[in-house]
Write a protein that binds this ligand. Structure first.
Ligand SMILES: CC(C)(COP(=O)(O)OP(=O)(O)OC[C@H]1O[C@@H](n2cnc3c(N)ncnc32)[C@H](O)[C@@H]1OP(=O)(O)O)[C@@H](O)C(=O)NCCC(=O)NCCS
Length: 120
């Protein structure tokens, strides 16, 4: 995610309140994403695939997994702080841009969200 920074830099103060998913390829941790929620609103953070195997479909697998997970939890919304240069990736999964943008750690971010239809 930030390969140039120390491991400590990707730790979050509320990590113990989150759910952390790992994708393993041949027993090697290859992708990660963390999910946090307040009520039925979910946020994912720190989605990252190992640099040498990016664009091999693993990010999509993780995204599909957490989308299904959120549906099973009856989430109404899933949102993230998306790097602007990864926006296209999120469009593929039905995320929409909001008007909230910011700059942090050398990257431009935009808040993106996907709303779920609750089936009765
Ligand atoms: C962004 C990231 C999670 C995507 O995972 P991935 O395994 O590389 O993506 P996939 O192989 O599943 O890609 C699925 C599609 O999204 C596209 N895509 C992937 N990364 C993209 C990016 N950064 N920008 C635009 N499109 C992207 C792929 O080209 C592919 O398109 P296709 O279906 O038309 O072929 C991964 O590249 C990554 O870890 N990047 C560095 C960290 C990062 O940017 N994390 C996200 C922070 S918001």
């Amino acid at each position: 995610m930030y390969p140039e920074l120390p491991f400590e830099s990707v730790k979050l103060p509320d990590d113990f309140e989150g759910l952390h998913f790992g994708l393993y390829v041949d027993h090697k941790l290859t992708g990660v994403v963390s999910l946090f929620h307040q009520g039925d609103i979910y946020q994912f953070r720190k989605l990252a695939i190992l640099a040498d195997v990016q664009k091999s479909g693993y990010g999509s697998k993780l995204m599909e997994y957490i989308l299904n997970f959120c549906k099973i939890q009856n989430a109404t919304k899933l949102w993230c702080n998306a790097r602007v240069n990864a926006k296209e990736f999120y469009y593929k999964f039905g995320f929409q841009e909001t008007e909230k943008t910011f700059f942090k750690d050398g990257y431009d971010f935009v808040v993106m969200e996907k709303r779920f239809t609750i089936l009765a």
